[in-house]
Design a binder for this molecule. Structure first.
Ligand code: CA
Length: 253
C-alpha cells in the first residue's frame, strides 16, 4: 500500500436546520434537506395554489438529494458544480412536467438555494429569492443575489432598498424552478476557511430580520440548532408573516 497524502486541508462540515409555518400562513410551503455525507444542502420556498407550493418545494429538495446521492464517495462522476446543476435542471423538469399534467398544479414553482461542499471548496447555486449568506470572522455577507423584480431594480440603481421593501411588487420573483421548461441558476464558487458558517434561508427570515440582526445573533455562543431556533423565533416575534426556514452549515478544520 502506498502512502496516502492529503494535499488540501481537511474540512469537516456540520449542519442543522429548522422550518416553521410562521404565525400567519395556514401551511408551510418551505422545504429543506441535506446530506452531510454527500456535502449537499438545499432550501426551497414553494408557490402555487392549494397544496401545489408544498409539492413543488418538496419535489425539488427530494430530486436534488436523490440525484446527488453518492457524491461524497464518487468525486469523479459527481464533479461539482456540474452535478448539482444537472440535478437542479432535472428537478426543474420534474416539477414542470407534473404541473403540465395536472391542472390543479398548473403554475406551481419553487425557489432554490443549494450549497455543495467538497474539501475546502464550496459552490452556491440559486434560483429565486431564497438566500445564502456566509459569516466569516464575525461579518455576515450575502453570497446570492435575489432573482426578484424589486432587487433587480435596486441593483440597477432604479430603486432604493427602502422602496423595495415597501413595494407591492416585492413578492414577484423573476426566476423559479418548475414554471418553465428550463431554468438557469446563478453559480458562486467559494474557498472555505475553517470557522466559516453558511446560512441558507427563505424570505420569511430576511423580510423580518435585518442582516445586522442576523449577524449579531450568529455571533452569539450557541450550537447550530440553537442558532436556527433563535433565528426562527426572532422572525416570528417580528411578525412571522411567512413560512421561515434556516439551514446552517459550519466548516471546521
Ligand atoms: Ca416565502
Amino acid at each position: 500500500m502506498g502512502a496516502f497524502i492529503v494535499a488540501t486541508a481537511v474540512v469537516h462540515y456540520m449542519a442543522s436546520a429548522i422550518t416553521d409555518r410562521g404565525r400567519k400562513r395556514p401551511s408551510n410551503e418551505d422545504a429543506f434537506g441535506y446530506s452531510d455525507e454527500d456535502g449537499v444542502y438545499v432550501v426551497c420556498d414553494g408557490m402555487g395554489g392549494a397544496a401545489a407550493g408544498e409539492i413543488a418545494s418538496s419535489l425539488a429538495v427530494d430530486e436534488v438529494l436523490r440525484l446527488t446521492d453518492g457524491a461524497g464517495h464518487d468525486a469523479e462522476s459527481f464533479a461539482v458544480p456540474a452535478a448539482l446543476e444537472q440535478a437542479i435542471a432535472a428537478a426543474n423538469e420534474a416539477i414542470y412536467t407534473r404541473s403540465q399534467r395536472n391542472q390543479r398544479l398548473s403554475g406551481m414553482g419553487t425557489t432554490m438555494v443549494a450549497l455543495a461542499v467538497r474539501d475546502a471548496h464550496a459552490w452556491v447555486l440559486n434560483v429565486g429569492d431564497s438566500r445564502c449568506y456566509r459569516l466569516r470572522q464575525g461579518r455576515l455577507e450575502q453570497i446570492t443575489a435575489d432573482h426578484s423584480l424589486v432587487e433587480e431594480q435596486v441593483r440597477m440603481g432604479r430603486m432604493t432598498s427602502a422602496e423595495a421593501s415597501r413595494s407591492p411588487l416585492k413578492n414577484v420573483i423573476t426566476r423559479a424552478l418548475g414554471t418553465q421548461s428550463r431554468v438557469t441558476p446563478d453559480v458562486f464558487a467559494l474557498e472555505i476557511e475553517p470557522g466559516d458558517l453558511f446560512l441558507l434561508c427563505t424570505d420569511g427570515l430576511t423580510r423580518e430580520l435585518t442582516d445586522k440582526a442576523i449577524e449579531a445573533m450568529l455571533c452569539n455562543n450557541g450550537s447550530l440548532t440553537e442558532h436556527c431556533s433563535n433565528l426562527v423565533e426572532a422572525a416570528k416575534r417580528a411578525g412571522g408573516h411567512d413560512n421561515v426556514t434556516c439551514l446552517l452549515v459550519s466548516a471546521a478544520s
